[in-house]
Write a protein of this length. Structure first.
Lengths: 111, 116
């Protein structure tokens, strides 16, 4: 069953604006990861944040994790048309357990 | 970085035939691999956990006799869709993690299966 819920389900913004996507999960986690998927393609790993971390940056990406609220957010700054994709959060309970994916957010960046 | 190779990337088959999808970890060993299915505009749903040298563990609602999984070595898992029907048309993705490593999971490129 799905672990996470992302919101919004769909987001449309202008190029240059920031995009924020949120993810909530239900059980305790080992770490949380964000992935991007272009239409009909495989997954691209964006960033991993461990359960004992609160914030992580990678280029234009900023991820936060609040384990007390069982939620995470992904911020993409200065968005580009090439950022148009679906974004998924995924969690696991240990290094050998499968990732469980949220429903995803479809981001459209309009040039 | 670690690479997981999935083959084929797309396949079209006739109803009633079987299709085999391969998932290989190219530069690391994986005692466990995972198979997901994704329908259009939906998220990835875990189908089964493939265990090297033992039986796969299937998620509730996934027919083990229809989706045969074989994990014969530490670098290869296969998913065979048997007696395929049009409703089996989907995007199938495998995933592997470096054994015991607390790192990201690596995903294959996915296989687009169309059953006609």
């Amino acid at each position: 069953s799905q672990q996470g819920e992302e919101d919004p389900q769909a987001l449309s913004i202008q190029e240059g604006e920031n995009a924020t996507m949120n993810c909530s999960y239900k059980t305790s986690i080992n770490n949380l990861q964000w992935y991007r998927q272009n239409s009909g393609r495989g997954l691209v790993h964006l960033i991993l944040i461990r359960s004992n971390e609160r914030e992580k940056h990678s280029g234009r990406l900023r991820v936060t994790l609040d384990t007390s609220k069982k939620s995470s957010s992904l911020l993409i700054t200065a968005s580009r048309a090439a950022d148009t994709a679906s974004y998924f959060c995924a969690t696991d309970r240990s290094g050998n357990t499968p990732l469980v994916f949220g429903k995803g957010t479809r981001l459209s960046v309009i040039a | 970085g670690a690479v997981v190779s999935q083959h084929p990337s797309w396949v079209i088959c006739k109803s009633g035939t079987s299709v085999k999808i391969e998932c290989r970890s190219l530069d690391f060993q994986a005692t466990t691999m995972f198979w997901y299915r994704q329908f259009p505009k939906q998220s990835l749903m875990l189908m089964a956990t493939s265990n090297e040298g033992s039986k796969a563990t299937y998620e509730q609602g996934v027919e083990k006799d229809k989706f045969l999984i074989n994990h014969a070595s530490l670098t290869l898992s296969t998913l065979t869709v048997t007696s395929a029907h049009p409703e089996d048309s989907s995007f199938y993705i495998c995933s592997a993690r470096d054994t015991g490593s607390n790192t990201e999971a690596f995903f294959g490129q996915g296989t687009r299966l169309t059953v006609v």
